[in-house]
Design a protein around this ligand. Structure first.
Ligand code: UD1
Ligand code: CA
Length: 489
């Protein structure tokens, strides 16, 4: 059965979240690389609502700015000083077209594991039973704190009673309100107008809508969910990490089923917005964050942290820390590499051991194998940068670029003092400080001729171990070398 799009999803996100004990509003805390609210928005968008409204109040401007960034199409609805989930929902309806009809879903901004599939299932159940309201419920071994579901004799829902308003008998009920609902828009609007604040918390409860609808003779149903994680909200940082770990477990398992080898799921962290190709292998202690995209057959880790990194087919990235970098197909990175934003390594290129790169385009097949800083540089194709080189990009005031051509061979310990250009096919000698452009095909050298001050150590450092070693070497060199087993002439 295909269900039509809901008229709206309303996400409630106006609450304070005091137990987070944080300067950051609760719904802006993140797991899996997305804020709690970002997860709620993603689930809501998954059912393609005609309207998406998000109710804000606590730290309103911070939350509204975040919404504008992640979902500019969402309607931001401000809740006034009247408290409660019912008032929050009413404020959302007030921000939506007055003639809104059809199904309205209500979800919470602090329930990050809710999946769009569950919203689809709720929509289908709600439509199939032709209910005026359907609440998603769960059977909990310990229902403390939740609203309890009151069932009528025919199994339909008679109402919801909050923990603080419940009788002792009602507190024995194990079926709870998950805080996720489908409503007929017209029923919801009319019922909310009748909801008062005469309860233990002095709030306008959304839950009262169900009893009101029932008393009007309308059908109210429950949709029982088995996967309790999907209904669990974050109230403190212990829950934040618990749900973060479970979210990660689900993401990692999903990728394994999609053809990714994960050697150690417990130490592998993959954000919700990452994409991985087939036959990727991930070694232990690897974190892949942000909107990273990893091509087929890539090998990652161990001990690698990548944020917003794009990696081409068949590359390998070992013991590396990288962000906002692009790594070409077949390239190799690490061990012990630091790729900073703006790094682009071409196909089959290499960024090797103890190499740091920033704003650096390194062409196809080019190699920076050892102990080097490449900052603000363009390197052509199939060039090799000698060990222990520095792209000297900063004169204390300004940053400048270095350009290296293709098929260059620059010597170990070359300093490229930017701005400077090295032409195609050029070489530099070991230890060169390149301050002037090098024409194509030239060899640049500027180290002074070497002078050896003979016996300097014996003269200036007499009695030291060095002097003794030098004396021993001199004695060896002056005695004739006799090959073993052959008679002396
Ligand atoms: C609510 C339900 C309860 C259910 C529980 C599930 C009511 C009256 N009770 O209780 O039956 O078992 O959720 O988690 O609805 N919010 C606003 N504005 C407000 C108050 C809350 O936007 O004035 C938002 C919060 O930010 C949160 C959601 O509504 O996202 C739920 O609020 P919360 O205070 O956690 O509700 P509970 O009292 O736990
Ligand atoms: Ca709650």
């Amino acid at each position: 059965m295909t269900t039509s799009r809901p008229a709206a999803v309303i996400v409630l996100a106006a609450g304070e979240g005091t137990r987070m004990n944080s300067a950051t509003p609760k719904v802006l805390h993140a797991i899996g690389g997305r804020t709690l609210l970002g997860h709620a928005i993603a689930a809501a968008r998954g059912v393609q609502p005609v309207h998406l409204a998000i109710v804000v109040r606590h730290e309103r401007d911070l939350v509204a700015a975040h919404i504008a960034r992640v979902d500019p199409g969402a309607v931001i609805a401000d809740q006034d000083e009247v408290k409660g989930t019912g008032r929050a929902t009413e404020c959302a309806l007030d921000a939506l077209p007055p003639d809104l009809q059809g199904t309205v879903l209500v979800t919470c901004g602090d329930v990050p594991l809710l999946a769009a599939e569950t919203l689809h299932a709720l929509l289908e159940a709600h439509a199939a039973s032709q209910s005026a309201a359907t609440v998603v419920t769960a059977l909990l071994p310990d229902p403390t704190g939740y609203g309890r579901i009151l069932r009528a004799a025919d199994g339909s829902v008679a109402g919801i009673v909050e923990q603080k308003d419940a009788t002792d008998a009602q507190l024995e009920i194990g079926e709870v309100n998950s805080g996720l609902y489908a409503f007929d828009a017209t029923v919801l609007r009319k019922a909310l107008a009748q909801v008062g604040t005469d309860n233990a918390q002095g709030e306008k409860y959304l839950t009262d809508v169900l009893g009101i609808a029932r008393r009007q003779g309308l059908l109210v149903s429950a949709h029982v969910i088995q996967d309790l994680w999907q209904t669990e909200g974050v109230n403190d940082r212990v829950q934040l990490s618990r749900l973060g770990a479970e979210l990660n477990r689900r993401i990692v398992e999903g990728w394994m089923r999609a053809g990714v080898t994960v050697i150690d799921p417990a130490t592998t962290w993959i954000d919700a917005d990452v994409t991985l190709g087939r036959d990727v292998t991930i070694h232990p202690q690897t974190q892949i964050h942000g909107a990273s995209t990893i091509g087929d057959d890539v090998v990652l880790g161990p001990d690698t942290t990548l944020t917003d990194v794009e990696i081409g087919i068949g590359a390998s990235v070992i013991r590396t820390h990288g962000s906002l970098a692009v790594i070409g197909a077949g390239a190799t990175v690490g061990p012990f590499a630091y790729l900073r934003p703006g790094t682009e390594l071409g196909a089959n290129g290499k960024i090797g051991t103890f190499v740091e790169t920033k704003n650096a385009q390194i062409g196809a097949g080019s190699k920076v194998p050892h102990l080097t800083y490449v900052g603000d540089a363009t390197i052509g194709e199939h060039s090799n940068i000698g060990a222990s080189s520095v792209f000297v990009n900063y004169d204390g005031v300004n940053k400048s670029r270095t350009t290296i051509g293709s098929h260059c061979r620059t010597g170990s310990d070359t300093m490229f003092v930017a701005p400077v250009t090295v032409g195609d096919g050029a070489y530099t000698g070991a230890g060169t400080v390149v301050r002037k452009d090098v024409p194509p095909g030239a060899l640049a050298i500027n180290v002074a001729p070497q002078r050896n001050l003979l016996d300097w150590v014996q003269d200036k450092r007499p009695g030291t171990a060095s002097a003794q070693a030098a004396a021993a070497a001199a004695a060896r060199d002056s005695s004739p070398i006799v090959p073993e087993g052959k008679p002396t002439a």
